[in-house]
Design a protein around this ligand. Structure first.
Ligand code: SF4
Length: 692
């Protein structure tokens, strides 16, 4: 804890970690940040916080920060520090040269969910207007892209339905593939408060997360399914609702479409709990009881995480949950809904801002002539009607030699993306990789230009949290590297011949509002006045929209979609008989670039592999032993921890430390609709290397 004495002033801002989006007063003494105090009127946190937001800010002034741009010709050369103008001219010259030799489509960019809406918006604009293509993608590709797809198909927009406050009116809370007490602690506290008041809890997860049994909270049902079988499970739950006459017929007939076909599909015997018991491993009667509880227990709310999305059927599962909510009438009022628990502080915003290769801001397809025309008129540049490359497509094209230059905004793709070896091969094959970040990282090992980024304490803009709440991020200190991140993208665009200029990030938000109907009523002035607003915020809802789809769905009628279960092609084999799944712990955050550079690193200094006592005994493994973890794509070593949280045959680890590199073993399998990687199912073997 940094405590330098009594503060003399404070700045109201937003936490830079998870998608809860807690508001904090950053208290300063002179220019020194003394402490972060959770803000009592924060819309998302109401005065609460977790350890990361409150204490893990020391990374912002860590000596590891690289504060000057650096360039090198080859990735084997030493870095050479340079000034901003030289670095930006160099980038523009190299990108233009690549395009002149190989075509405009051979470069692209990746936006960061760590950055503000305004910073993300200018990077996707740089790609579309200055690079002249749609090769822009966001790190949400590897987490919640199936949420974007699935909720848009069924409800009409790519976002959660409720505000966090709504959980206080829930009677049955269903947590699927999420671990809120570690991943979203402040929201988990709100959820637990409601559970202590008597709401019932259903957990659907291969791992016995803390929420299943904690002081004063016990799940009514823990459906401990086999990894990769979510869709079979959600279909079985809906099967019970339909075949036992528990559907909300009035809601279905007045608000939805496609029910008859779906009901015929879901009622088929192969979707019954009895039929899928051998797939999920969960007793049929327990599934029936859970379905009855959700359908008849009052307001039912679904909260889910990456254990839903990071599967080969991630998008199917999102639509399966939407089906379940619609058939029970659990949409459009307090206490119900389908809600993604977003991992990163601004993953909702980075998706909203048009950083998908097929969508402009507000989730509007690039093939829509009327939408493109709005942007073309404002930007004075043509926009391609064909979608660009997704991140995995960029990697594949780089290996093939048809993609040659990449701008990476605050994202350590060489650690966070699956199948590390393939990512490294792709990065090595490119002529120009530009990394903008706080620290040199695994990806910068393959970069030709490194540009310093800014921490949240230096940013001026907005983050959008998991409940669509747009929060202000206010600068606590000046940019340590001498330049705001939004300025960097503008200057690269200008150096490439496209005039992109703003005097302040508020002007960027004004532009976003002018071209994005769901943001039409958003401005810095309104955010300063109201504290925050939840989109859609426009003429119809000038103060924002806490609960969506109240009168009608965004797409008009809610759409039932058929969701047949298809088993992942990742199967256990004699050589790789176990299944690996991954997650996070409270004290660390994603690839750990920030949390590993704060005092809390001592709490969990390494990733460990949780293994069931039976599997450990079979292999002669004790807690603390170093074990070899291998899959068909790679191998790594880490320490074992004997734990019965996982069922026999399933092992679990986190991915916070580059040295253990869990993604060395994860594979190229991905969601059929969005290419979101299947991090949650990898066939592996575990063998003891050395004793503790
Ligand atoms: Fe930050 Fe999330 Fe913790 Fe809130 S719950 S303080 S947003 S990490």
């Amino acid at each position: 804890v940094v405590d330098l004495g009594m503060p003399t002033r404070s700045v109201l801002t937003t936490c830079a970690y998870c998608g809860v989006g807690c508001s904090f007063k950053a208290e300063l003494r002179g220019d020194e940040l003394v402490r972060m105090v959770p803000y009592k009127d924060g819309g998302a946190n109401e005065g609460h916080s977790c350890v990361k937001g409150r204490f893990a800010f020391g990374y912002a002034t860590h000596p590891d920060r690289q504060l000057k741009p650096m360039v090198r010709e080859r990735i084997t050369d030493e870095w050479r520090e340079t000034d901003w103008d030289t670095a930006i001219s160099h980038i523009a010259e190299k990108f233009r040269d690549i395009q002149a030799r190989h075509g405009t489509h051979t470069i692209g960019g990746i936006t960061s969910s760590r950055c503000t809406n305004e910073e993300v918006y200018v990077v996707q604009k740089m790609v579309r207007a200055a690079f002249g293509n749609n090769n822009v993608d966001t790190c949400a590709r590897v987490c919640h892209s199936p949420t974007g797809y699935g909720l848009k198909q069924t409800f009409g927009t790519s976002a959660g339905t409720q505000d966090f406050r709504s959980v206080a009116a829930s009677d049955v809370i269903v947590v699927i593939g999420a671990n809120p007490t570690d991943g979203h602690p402040v929201f988990a506290s709100r959820m637990k408060r409601r559970l202590r008041e008597g709401a019932k809890l259903i957990v659907i997860d291969p791992r016995r997360i803390d929420l299943v049994r904690s002081p004063h909270v016990e799940a009514a049902h823990h459906l401990q399914l086999a990894p990769g079988t979510n869709v079979a499970m959600v279909n079985a739950l809906s099967h019970v609702v339909v075949t036992e006459g528990l559907a909300d017929e009035s809601f279905v007939s007045s608000r939805c479409e496609g029910f008859d076909d779906w009901a015929e599909f879901i009622a088929r015997p192969e979707n019954s709990p009895e039929a899928v018991e051998s797939i999920t491993g969960v007793p049929a009667e327990q599934v029936r009881e859970a379905a009855r509880l959700y359908a008849t227990g009052g307001n039912g709310a679904i909260y889910y995480g990456l254990g839903v999305t990071e599967h080969s059927q991630g998008s199917t599962m999102v639509m399966g949950m939407a089906n379940l909510a619609m058939v029970t009438g659990n949409i459009g009022r307090d206490g119900v809904g389908v809600n993604p628990l977003r991992g990163q502080n601004n993953v909702q915003g980075s998706c909203d801002m048009g950083s998908f290769p097929h969508e402009l801001s507000g989730y509007r397809h690039v093939a829509d002539d009327a939408v493109r025309e709005v942007f073309e008129k404002l930007w004075e540049r043509p926009i391609l009607a064909e979608p660009g490359l997704r991140i995995p497509n960029m990697f594949d094209a780089a290996v093939d030699g048809t993609f040659r230059g990449l701008f990476v905004q605050g994202e350590d793709i060489a650690q966070s993306d699956p199948n590390t070896q393939h990512v490294q091969a792709a990065l090595s094959a490119m002529e120009l990789v530009v990394v903008q970040d706080l620290f040199l990282n695994e990806t910068s090992k393959f970069a030709h230009v490194f540009l310093p980024g800014t921490s949240f304490l230096e940013k001026d803009g907005t983050f959008t949290n998991a409940e669509r709440r747009i929060n202000r991020v206010r600068p606590v200190m000046v940019p340590q590297c001498g330049k705001d991140e939004w300025q960097v993208a503008c200057e690269i665009a200008q150096a490439m011949g496209y005039d992109m200029h703003y005097d302040h990030p508020r002007e960027i938000m004004d532009e976003i509002a002018s071209v994005t109907p769901t943001f039409a009523g958003v401005s810095f002035a309104k955010l300063d006045e109201l504290g925050s607003v939840q989109w859609p915020c426009n003429d119809k809802a000038p103060e924002g929209t806490p609960i969506m789809h109240a009168e009608e769905f965004v797409r008009g009628k809610g759409k039932f979609v058929l969701t047949p279960f298809v088993a992942t092609r990742e199967r256990s084999t004699r050589r790789y008989p176990l299944v690996l799944t991954t997650g996070r712990i409270l004290s660390q955050y994603n690839v750990g670039a920030q949390t590993r550079r704060t005092a809390n690193v001592a709490w969990h200094p390494e990733d460990v592999l949780e293994i069931h006592p039976h599997d450990a005994e079979d292999r002669g493994i004790s807690s603390g032993d170093v074990v070899n973890l291998s899959s068909r794509v790679g191998t790594t070593s880490l320490r074992a921890k004997i734990s019965d949280r996982m069922p026999v045959g399933v092992v679990y680890t986190t991915f916070h430390h580059p040295v253990t590199g869990a993604n060395v073993v994860t594979t190229e399998n991905s969601d059929w609709a969005t290419n979101c990687p299947e991090y949650k199912v990898t066939a592996v073997q575990v063998a003891r290397e050395t004793s503790s």
